[in-house]
Design a protein around this ligand. Structure first.
Ligand SMILES: [Zn+2]
Length: 163
């Protein structure tokens, strides 16, 4: 926020160092199937084990790659085409949205940013907050509801660290 002349140099140095260490995000479209992104979560029973993210989830912006969620923290869920009565319409009208469900609070994330609460049009439904990269503000990557304990990251809006 400072306008000191050296700010640009510092920023450039930060960028350079981050390029060396930042992981590269691979988009979901680069995988042949969603199954490649999944691994069975911890459970005593294989059949009921949730499927969780095999890879760390990253900001998809080239040059950012901020780690959003560690591997095996997000649960794979396919949201139904018909909105649940308790939920407002999905951000897009796409028929099926595959998401990583993160619970129970923002501490589950490595890094995440929130938008201001957006009022929903459905009566009785809490305000929605959009999720964005905490470092570069790229978003929305998903959403949550004000005061809720569930956070959805849209699977094709995040990157994957597969190497
Ligand atoms: Zn980012």
């Amino acid at each position: 926020m400072s306008s000191e002349p050296k700010q640009a140099d510092i920023w450039a140095a930060l960028q350079a160092s981050s390029r060396r260490t930042r992981p590269v995000a691979v988009l979901k479209s680069s995988f042949t199937s969603s199954d490649e992104l999944l691994v069975a979560g911890p459970s005593s029973d294989e059949k009921t084990a949730p499927r969780v993210n095999k890879y760390d989830l990253l900001c998809p912006r080239e040059g950012c790659g901020s780690v959003i969620l560690k591997a095996q923290v997000g649960k794979w869920v396919s949201l139904e085409p018909t909105p649940h009565p308790a939920l407002p319409a999905l951000p897009s009208e796409s028929p099926d949205v595959d998401c990583w469900l993160v619970m129970p609070n923002p501490m589950a994330f490595e890094n995440i940013g929130f938008s201001r609460a957006v009022p929903t049009t459905t009566p009785g439904v809490p305000k929605k907050k959009l999720l964005a990269c905490a470092e570069c503000d790229l978003g929305p990557l998903g959403w949550c509801f004000e005061g809720g304990s569930e956070y959805w990251l849209v699977s094709d809006r995040v990157g994957y660290r597969s190497a």
